[in-house]
Design a protein around this ligand. Structure first.
Ligand code: B12
Ligand code: SF4
Ligand code: SF4
Length: 358
């Protein structure tokens, strides 16, 4: 089939089935198709931006990107469908937070290789397969100007939780989303009836930084995921004690969610059971990493995106929250670091520890 040929409705049903099989072979959990029209929540998104809840994530507010959200044809002229895929990553067990306060907490989505690469590779393969069948495509994981969750909900892949993440009734919210924009008029999926959060509000009250303005609305500027990953500069002083030992992302709003009881595999379906150095690394060891050591330790990990300075900034905050005098000497050394971001946060951590009752 070449791009000049058109498919009959029956052939498109068959092609969709063949695509589903290709996706399953690549380990993708689900696939659902929706029209390439803007998400119904576009106005809510624009209001969110107007409120400044996106903080320093300027790309979310860029006018050219807003244009793309309003019309996916700006990304791919002639686009007809959005094919959305899910890739589960959630492990059933987590390190015991209380066991050793001198260890940091890393969000489980970062326990393996960077998901942008893992999922991106699979989508690239599927895009190529579609193009061999006469389609014109673009694929994205996270980075496109596409409201992935809302569009995935419209496609029938789940429902939005009050924590703003997409939940699948059979699995919970521990999966990534990625999509292919397609120029073929594939038959749409018919979304089945979805449940909702009902009266539950566990995630809203459990959030350590009280980042939810209201159910379904997150002020990203207060979210630990934003503070430890996206924010490039200094972490607001009033939020630092609330971050605890979290040094890369946060899982709290998902961990408390009753829908997660269905994600009952002990291991992550994506990267098994990584060692403790990965899931809960020793904070002092991280604070002592030089540039070369940082690069070596985080080869292939999404944590590498942070660069050494931001990781050590987070580690200093976590050490300041331990209340342990064991951290004083390494923090004193970090106060001499070449990076002013590290020096400032190490200084703050020392002040915290020195303010502890003897
Ligand atoms: C920016 C971003 C962030 C920001 C902001 C998060 C946020 N809630 O917006 C920060 C850095 C904080 C973040 C954190 C995380 N993120 Co993030 N993030 C994104 C990104 C790139 C854009 C999201 C966005 O557009 N936000 C803007 C706001 C306005 O959108 P919204 O909160 O969804 O709001 C909509 C709905 O709430 C709806 N709405 C409003 N009112 C109401 C009322 C009702 C009743 C309903 C039903 C809906 C509704 O309308 C709003 C407008 O669209 C997406 C990828 C993508 N391109 O979509 C990943 C994405 C959402 N993130 C993801 C993940 C995994 C996370 C973390 C779990 C990572 C971690 N462990 O640290 C945390 C979770 C924090 C949380 N509770 O959201 C996954 C979520 C997968 C899933 N199952 O849903 C995504 C889809 C990435 C991916 N490709 O897999 N993230
Ligand atoms: S990821 Fe953590 S900080 Fe962010 S909203 Fe959820 S519980 Fe709050
Ligand atoms: S914890 Fe409760 S309110 Fe929050 S997303 Fe899960 S079901 Fe919904």
């Amino acid at each position: 089939m070449t791009s000049s040929q058109t498919y009959s409705p029956q052939q498109l049903i068959e092609l969709k089935q063949a695509l589903r099989e290709e996706a399953a072979q690549l380990g993708l959990h689900q696939l659902a198709i929706t029209t390439a029209t803007p998400a119904d929540s576009l106005a809510a998104y624009e209001h969110w931006i107007e409120q400044g809840y996106h903080g320093e994530m300027g790309y979310l507010a860029r006018p050219d990107r807003l244009d793309r959200r309003r019309d996916l044809n700006v990304i791919l002229p002639g686009v007809q469908r959005l094919i959305i895929f899910t890739l589960p990553y959630w492990p059933g067990t987590f390190p015991d937070e209380q066991q050793d306060p001198m260890r940091g907490a890393i969000s489980c989505y970062a326990w393996g290789r960077d998901y942008h690469k893992i999922l991106g590779k699979k989508l690239k393969t599927l895009s190529r397969w579609l193009e061999e069948h006469g389609d014109t495509t673009r694929w994205y994981v996270d980075t496109g100007a596409i409201q992935e969750r809302d569009l995935a909900e419209r496609a029938g892949l789940g429902f939005t939780g009050k924590h703003t993440l997409l939940i699948q009734p059979q699995y919970g919210s521990g999966f990534f989303l990625g999509e292919i924009l397609s120029s073929l008029p594939f038959p749409l999926d018919t979304p089945s009836h979805m449940p909702s959060c009902g009266t539950c509000s566990r995630c809203l009250t459990a959030c350590p930084t009280d980042a939810f303005v209201a159910p379904y609305i997150l002020d990203a500027r207060k979210c630990i995921s934003y503070l430890t990953i996206e924010l490039k500069g200094s972490i607001p002083v009033e939020l630092r004690p609330l971050i605890g030992n979290r040094i890369y992302g946060c899982d709290v709003c998902q961990q408390v969610c009753p829908w997660m009881r269905f994600a009952d595999a002990d291991e992550s379906p994506l990267w098994g059971s990584p060692p403790e150095e990965v899931t809960a690394p020793k904070l002092i060891e991280l604070l002592e990493l030089d540039e070369e050591g940082f690069q070596r330790r985080f080869e292939g990990s999404p944590i590498r995106r942070l660069k050494r300075g931001r990781l050590l900034r987070n580690v200093a905050v976590a050490l300041g929250n331990t209340g342990s005098t064991e951290a004083i000497e390494p923090l004193n050394q970090a106060c001499e670091d070449d990076d002013p971001l590290v020096r400032e946060h190490a200084q703050w951590a020392l002040t915290q520890l020195q303010a502890q009752p003897a």
